[in-house]
Design a protein. Structure first.
Length: 187
């Protein structure tokens, strides 16, 4: 398996560009290389996911079927932040079925679908505790969403989490209770 000449762009993606790979979130294309595997030449994107300490090699021909995409646009970020402000939509199905659906949304790589999981699994301080599996899914979705927003807006992941949480607080029955708001206005 010998690597040869370096390429800088393929199918609209170029080296050093940040992308979203559905199963892993935001990564950076570090190179595009050609390798010979079992007698066939393959062109591969070498993608680094620094936070996960993971390097992935994806055949250029497979990026569409894998769902690899460019980072979200500013409009898509805005839509995802509006999504977390909405009312949680929790189906009355068994948790195992809902958990599978949430997992599928997280791994879809679609920012708005991930925002729906964040919105649906968010718990404010006044709400009951989450189960361990709910918390795991919530944190996975929040992390995916924050990483993409931080890459697009060029802010830290922590600042992106704060931005998402501010938008979550604007949702129905999540922020300040109406009677508390009246007291604040009177002060």
């Amino acid at each position: 398996m010998a690597a040869s000449k370096k390429t800088v762009q393929r199918q609209g993606f170029k080296t050093n560009e940040f992308i979203v790979y559905p199963a892993h979130g935001v990564g950076q294309i570090v190179s595009i290389e050609e390798q010979e595997v079992a007698g066939h030449k393959l062109e591969l994107f070498v993608i680094n996911f620094a936070q996960d300490k993971l390097t992935l090699r994806v055949p250029v021909a497979k990026i569409e079927s894998a769902g690899m995409r460019k980072l979200a646009t500013d409009q898509r970020i805005e839509k995802s932040l509006r999504t977390v402000q909405g009312r949680a939509r929790i189906k009355r199905t068994m948790w195992s079925r809902r958990a599978q659906e949430y997992e599928a949304k997280i791994n879809s790589g679609d920012l708005v679908s991930i925002a729906e999981v964040v919105r649906d699994l968010y718990r404010s301080d006044q709400q009951p505790e989450q189960s361990y599996s709910e918390r795991q899914l919530y944190e996975a979705a929040l992390d995916r969403m924050a990483r993409e927003i931080s890459s697009v807006n060029k802010i830290s992941t922590t600042e992106a989490v704060v931005l998402i949480e501010k938008n979550l607080a604007k949702g129905p029955r999540r922020g300040v209770k109406p009677e508390d708001a009246e007291q604040e206005e009177a002060a």
